[in-house]
Design a protein around this ligand. Structure first.
Ligand SMILES: [Mn+2]
Length: 247
C-alpha cells in the first residue's frame, strides 16, 4: 500500500447539522474520488470506528439504511481496494456481514500494522484510560458475549429502537469541542506507550475533534469526525497529514 486514508465517526443513522443521508452522500463522494483516481492495490482505507451510530447483525437481518455507503464500499473491495474496519464503541457488533457481504476487513482494537516500514498504533480510542464508571460499564457491556447473545433474541425493530434511545443519550454527552482533560489523556497515553514501545504513528478517533501533533519521536493524529469536521488523515508512505473534505 502506497497511501492509506483514515477516517471515523460518521455516526450514520443519527441526524446532525447535516442529516445522516447528506453525510452519507458526502462520504460516498469522498470514496468515489479515491476509487476514480487511485490504484486499488496501492491504496488502503481504514474506517476507524463509529461509522454507524448503531450496528448489530442478527443471523438473517442487519439494520436498514446506509445502502449507498455499503454499496460503494462493496464496489471498491470488489475492484481490489483494501478497506479495513476497526469497530468503535457504537458499531462493534459485527459478526461477519461487513466482512463477508461488503468485503471489508474487520481488524482488532488496537491494531498495530507495519505499513511501508512504519509502525502504527491504531485504535478507536474509547478504551484509552482513565475511563469513567459509565464508560467502563458500557465498554464491558458491549464486549460481553452474554449481552451479544441476549441482544440477538430481541426483535430487530425493538432492538434498534432501544439502541437509538441509548445512542441519543450518549451523543448528548458529546460537547462541541472536547474538554482539555479528554484531549490530554490521548497525549498522555502516547507518552506512556513510548516508554516501553516505539510507534511512528498513533491514530485515534472518538473525540470528534481533529488533532495532529508531534509527541517526541511519534506523530499523534485524531481523525476528527464526519459529523461537523469531515476530516481524514492520509499517510503517503512516509508522513501523515490531516485534511478536510470539501465539496
Ligand atoms: Mn466513539
Amino acid at each position: 500500500m502506497k497511501q492509506v486514508y483514515f477516517l471515523s465517526d460518521a455516526h450514520l443513522g443519527a441526524d446532525s447539522k447535516l442529516t445522516s443521508r447528506q453525510r452519507e452522500l458526502k462520504l460516498v463522494r469522498f470514496l468515489r474520488a479515491i476509487k476514480d483516481q487511485l490504484s486499488p492495490t496501492e491504496t488502503g482505507i481504514v474506517l476507524l470506528g463509529d461509522i454507524f451510530d448503531f450496528w448489530y447483525e442478527w443471523k438473517y437481518s442487519v439494520p436498514n439504511g446506509f445502502i449507498r455507503l455499503l454499496g460503494t464500499l462493496a464496489e471498491m473491495t470488489d475492484s481490489g481496494f483494501n478497506i479495513f474496519f476497526l469497530p468503535g464503541n457504537h458499531d462493534q457488533w459485527t459478526f461477519g456481514y461487513l466482512s463477508m457481504e461488503v468485503g471489508i476487513k474487520v481488524v482488532p482494537d488496537p491494531w498495530t500494522p507495519e505499513i511501508n516500514s512504519k509502525k502504527f498504533f491504531i485504535s478507536h480510542g474509547h478504551k484509552v484510560p482513565p475511563l469513567s464508571i459509565s464508560e467502563r460499564f458500557t465498554n464491558a457491556l458491549f464486549e460481553s458475549s452474554i449481552a451479544r447473545r441476549l441482544f440477538k433474541l430481541i426483535h430487530p425493530d425493538l432492538g434498534i429502537w432501544i439502541a437509538k434511545k441509548w445512542s441519543h443519550t450518549s451523543r448528548q454527552n458529546h460537547p462541541p469541542s472536547p474538554p482539555p482533560k479528554a484531549i490530554k489523556k490521548y497525549e498522555n497515553f502516547v507518552m506512556q506507550m513510548e516508554n516501553t514501545n516505539h510507534y511512528d504513528f498513533y491514530i485515534f478517533a472518538h473525540l470528534h475533534y481533529p488533532i495532529i501533533k508531534q509527541i517526541g519521536k511519534s506523530t499523534y493524529v485524531n481523525t476528527g469526525d464526519w459529523l461537523t469536521h469531515f476530516t481524514f488523515a492520509i499517510f503517503d508512505g512516509n508522513t501523515i497529514k490531516l485534511q478536510k473534505w470539501e465539496d
